[in-house]
Design a protein around this ligand. Structure first.
Ligand SMILES: O=C[C@H](O)COP(=O)(O)O
Length: 261
């Protein structure tokens, strides 16, 4: 069977509700024209305020490749005294299917720890969300040549207590912090692939041969120029894109170019 291919985008704090609905309407129509014989998982992760209408928008358009809607963060508790936070039950109620945990901006701007990411991962899996754990080293850590240790630590703590039965819901995104966003320097395909191999090896150590089935994506300044080389790397199962995917047509063009090559 052909290998499953993954494409996703995190809209960060850039699109309001109306803009997300327009974007998803356009992207759903376009995704329907992507090659029907490809096994694709497409996901879009908008801000919390757009989630309800985002779910409705993708449900209202039939596409051969439906888009899964995800949340950018989640409190691990079902309810409680956590003003300003959003619980798994609230996301479930809206029909959200995926939760992203430990994005670089959550870790470095909001100072979330590996232990906090672990509590969120366990809660997301308990509630049957597709659970996307992001990992990645900072430039300082890269310069100290401790990237592998950092990735292994983030995975070993972040995934502590995950059971083999939960693995089909798990996704990992490797996003080197220095490669992300407007100030980011894209990782070379060789570097990205080498780190993805470290991640895959660690997943095998944690979960045995089932660990090798966990999809691992690359993210960090993916663009139309570097996507083709990244996409064909042996340890990269999908691309997780920011800026280059925020225009539906450009995202579609990037995906269709890779799928028809
Ligand atoms: O969540 C997505 C990543 O942070 C990548 O963003 P970027 O492609 O704009 O660097």
């Amino acid at each position: 069977m052909a290998k499953k291919i993954y494409f996703g985008t995190n809209l960060k704090m850039y699109k309001g509700n109306a803009e997300v609905v327009d974007y998803l309407t356009q992207l759903s129509q376009l995704s329907d024209t992507l090659p029907a014989d490809k096994d694709l998982e497409l996901f879009v992760i908008p801000s919390f305020t757009a989630l309800s209408d985002a779910v409705a928008a993708v449900r209202s358009i039939s596409s051969k490749h439906p888009i899964m809607i995800g949340a950018q963060n989640m409190n691990p508790h079902d309810c409680g005294q956590f003003t300003g936070d959003i619980s798994p039950l609230m996301l479930k109620e809206l029909g959200v299917r995926l939760v992203m945990i430990g994005h670089s901006e959550r870790r470095h701007v909001f100072k979330e720890t590996d232990q906090e990411e672990n509590a969120k991962v366990l809660a997301a899996l308990k509630h049957q969300f597709v659970t996307l754990l992001c990992v990645g080293e900072t430039l300082e850590q890269k310069n100290y040549d401790i990237s592998d240790e950092i990735l292994r630590t983030q995975l070993k703590i972040g995934l502590h207590g995950v059971t083999p039965a939960q693995l089909p819901l798990l996704r990992i995104a490797y996003e080197p912090v220095w490669a992300i966003g407007t100030a980011g320097i894209p990782a070379s395909a060789d570097y990205a692939d080498a780190k993805q191999a470290v991640i895959k090896q660690c997943l095998i150590e944690l979960f045995g041969k089932e660990g090798n089935k966990i999809p691992v994506f690359y993210g960090g300044s993916v663009n139309p120029e570097n996507a083709p080389e990244l996409f064909v790397q042996p340890h990269i199962d999908g691309l997780f894109i920011g800026r280059s995917a925020w225009d539906a047509e450009k995202f579609y063009t990037l995906m269709s170019g890779l799928l028809t090559e």
